[in-house]
Design a protein around this ligand. Structure first.
Ligand SMILES: Cc1ncc(COP(=O)(O)O)c(C=O)c1O
Length: 374
């Protein structure tokens, strides 16, 4: 079967690009001397995880316990759940940890640490734990310069029911960078923040085994990972229009697109309507700080060639409104035409779909079912 025969909207994954993206990141991280623990949050599949761990030790990062379960079912045994653990999830964490060789969770608050310790003790288990560190994103994590952060690490390290693995950070603010120079500065600060904190802990006689960082944009520019043991990029498996705008990849590396049909053509106002709205693409605004005109994704032909004269200007639930930059363009795309949308943010767009149609060239070769929910 060919992509053109799919009923729209349909999530399409370009397998050759995924393989190429995975190979490039695996080689890059090996060259920089770290271990790769890829994040599976973007594709949420064991198939994508298998491709991304190739050449490395096999550890993975997950963003939900649903992903963790799917990967454990597929035989993965070394997982980090890289979102601070919610107190209502301890039972499920302990159940999943019992199936793994190593299952690490994150904390950044003494209340969560104490509750996690009690849960582990009541299950008669020792749980692996990371202290989440804020390297400037200000989403989650302890301040690496605060004295309480050292004390929290000491509490984790001296617990009988917890195994303190080390420190972990994520420079999500790299997505807001306005230039290559700013991105490089964020990547340097990500490393310095977490490695410096690990050194402070060691100076305070706290054993730190692992120092973990990573995002796709910072790893695209990082040239020094000294002191870092593991990195956790995720988006690079698919990449997307946002990463291309940021400079982490070329648009031709974007492996995820949504196939859509033209369902309306309005030459008088130079507009088309597609059958892919926010429920097929998400409403991620894209890299607007770099390109205010970026719309809701990049339009491309069925064969994947970007169509620069068209912009996806608005999304409602099931409609995508496309505007041509000049007259005489939309007539080329009458109702029934199939187009692709290279998503602004592949993680959010992929999460809208219950299956991905996996293609080599334009031939469908597989179907992947992401682990949805939590
Ligand atoms: C804690 C953590 N680590 C790693 C990643 C992977 O980053 P990226 O998607 O930029 O590759 C994320 C992404 O949100 C994250 O939240």
């Amino acid at each position: 079967m060919q992509i053109a025969e799919l009923v729209t909207p349909a999530a399409v994954v370009d397998l050759e690009r995924v393989e190429r993206n995975c190979r490039a990141m695996a080689e890059r991280v090996a060259r920089l001397g770290a271990r790769l623990r890829p994040h599976v949050k973007t594709h949420k599949t064991f198939e994508g995880a298998r491709l991304s761990v190739a050449g490395h030790f096999g550890g993975v990062t997950v963003s939900t316990l649903a992903e963790a379960r799917a990967l454990l079912d597929a035989g993965f045994r070394d997982l980090t759940w890289a979102v601070p653990v919610a107190l209502d999830k301890f039972e499920r964490v302990c159940e999943l940890a019992a199936r793994a060789e190593r299952f690490a969770v994150l904390v950044d608050h003494p209340v969560a640490a104490a509750a996690l310790e009690r849960a582990a003790a009541s299950h008669g288990r020792v749980l692996d734990v990371f202290l989440k560190v804020d390297c400037g994103y200000h989403r989650a994590g302890v301040d690496p310069l605060a004295a309480e952060s050292v004390e929290l690490a000491r509490t984790l390290a001296t617990s009988k029911s917890l195994h303190f693995r080390g420190v972990l950070t994520h420079a999500g603010h790299a997505y807001d960078a306005r230039s290559h120079a700013e991105l490089r500065a964020i990547a340097r600060a990500e490393r310095q923040g977490v490695v410096g904190f690990a050194e402070r802990l060691r100076a305070a006689s706290i054993r730190v085994e692992e120092v973990s960082l990573g995002s796709t944009p910072t790893l695209a520019v990082a040239d020094d990972l000294r002191g870092v043991t593991e990195v956790r990029p995720g988006n690079y498996v698919f990449f997307d229009a946002f990463q291309a705008r940021l400079g982490s990849c070329e648009l031709g590396d974007a492996a995820f697109s949504v196939l859509a049909s033209v369902i309306g053509c309005y030459p008088a106002r130079h507009e088309l309507v597609l059958d892919c709205g926010a429920l097929a693409l998400s409403k991620d605004p894209g890299a607007r700080h770099l390109d205010p005109e970026c719309g809701f994704g990049v339009l491309a032909t069925l064969h994947g060639m970007p169509i620069r004269e068209l912009e996806l200007v608005a999304l409602s639930q099931e409609h995508g409104k496309v505007r041509a930059k000049q007259a005489g363009v939309v007539e080329r795309f009458p109702p029934g035409t199939k187009l692709r949308v290279i998503a602004n943010h592949s993680c959010l767009a992929a999460a809208q779909h219950e299956r991905y149609f996996v293609a080599r060239g334009e031939t469908l070769v597989d179907e992947w079912r992401p682990a949805r929910g939590w």
